[in-house]
Design a protein around this ligand. Sequence first.
Ligand code: SF4
Length: 405
Amino acid sequence: MQDLSIYIHIPFCVRKCLYCDFLSDKPSGNGMSEYAFALINEIKQAGVYAENYNVGTVFIGGGTPSIYGHGVISDIINTLRETFENVRKGSYAPSEVTIECNPGTVDTDKLAEYKKCGVNRISLGLQSANYEELKMLGRIHRYEDWVNSVAAARKAGFDNINVDLISGLPRQSRESFSDTLRRVLEHETEHISVYSLIVEKNTPFYDMYNPDNMTDEQYDEWEREDRAIYDMTYDTLLSGGYNRYEISNYAKPGFECRHNLVYWDRGDYLGFGLGSSSMIDDIRFKNCISLKKYIDYYTQPDADAFKNLTVSPLSDKFYTNPLYEEVQKLTREEQMLEHIMLGLRKTAGIDINEFNERYETDFLKKYDRQVKKWTDAGMLVIKRGKVCCTHRGLNVSNGIIVDFI
Ligand code: SF4
């Protein structure tokens, strides 16, 4: 039996944040309840995977999963449990079940419900503790709402909480982000993710802060400050007792996000819900992104939706259906490059023996030029059978990765 991770996408938010290009929107009409019904039907057909896989981790993300009222998230998780248990007649005990919540959308009853149905990790999007910055991002909450949500989650018994932050906002100073970190550290969450802002096209944020409209001086200043914040974040979180285990992710010992590690280790994962991505047996595929199409398909009588699921000629472990898009079987070369791209993001790096066995190759021979170039430059290091970026290397990892590609 292999491990399988499951991602469940909830594409609804109270309102769209100004910088967001994720697949999420304000719900309308009966959209949320129809979607939940469709999602549950989609999960039911995943029983076919239970013959080969154990569910290792579950991540309910979005969007804002906590937008749903009482009872819906437990229905979804219970369906997952029943689907896998009934088919395998075994136990269903994923080691980590995370739900993303936004401050202002959780309360004690919802948190108690999550706890009862097996959720054991809460991820709370704060982004910034500064009121003006939250307003600039178009977030629906204030810092105080996040503090209340953390307190409520602790009270409900959660001992594994993540906070998401965004650094490098326009006009953000070191002092302001340092203040955000100080206020977050007071609450001793087990995990902190700090992502650098990417100004995405097709967002209101892009129209307001399009880097192309900046003078060279303004852009250089923004980049300089972003870099300084990045270094300051590393120093602050390390002295706060966190380990950096991936470029943007810090955890107290033992609280690394297992679900994300599956992605970075190129494990198998199955996505349910609108636009969710999956990888089974080195086949990558994606669910459709049309809400109407998704709901129409999965709310047809069960038998129809189920009979359309067929074993793909690409692999006997991969079942396809008419809603899957962008189905791609990765070549051996693509698998190796993806492994390097993801592996070098982790501070633990790439296990050379494991790489060689998995892809039947000789890493050091195949990438001799790149390894020599970047180890000589002090950006890569080989230790205890692993190749990983040094601290300086992680800061320029994109350049190193591109050289391998
Ligand atoms: S809460 Fe998250 S997913 Fe929803 S609009 Fe804001 S950034 Fe996007």
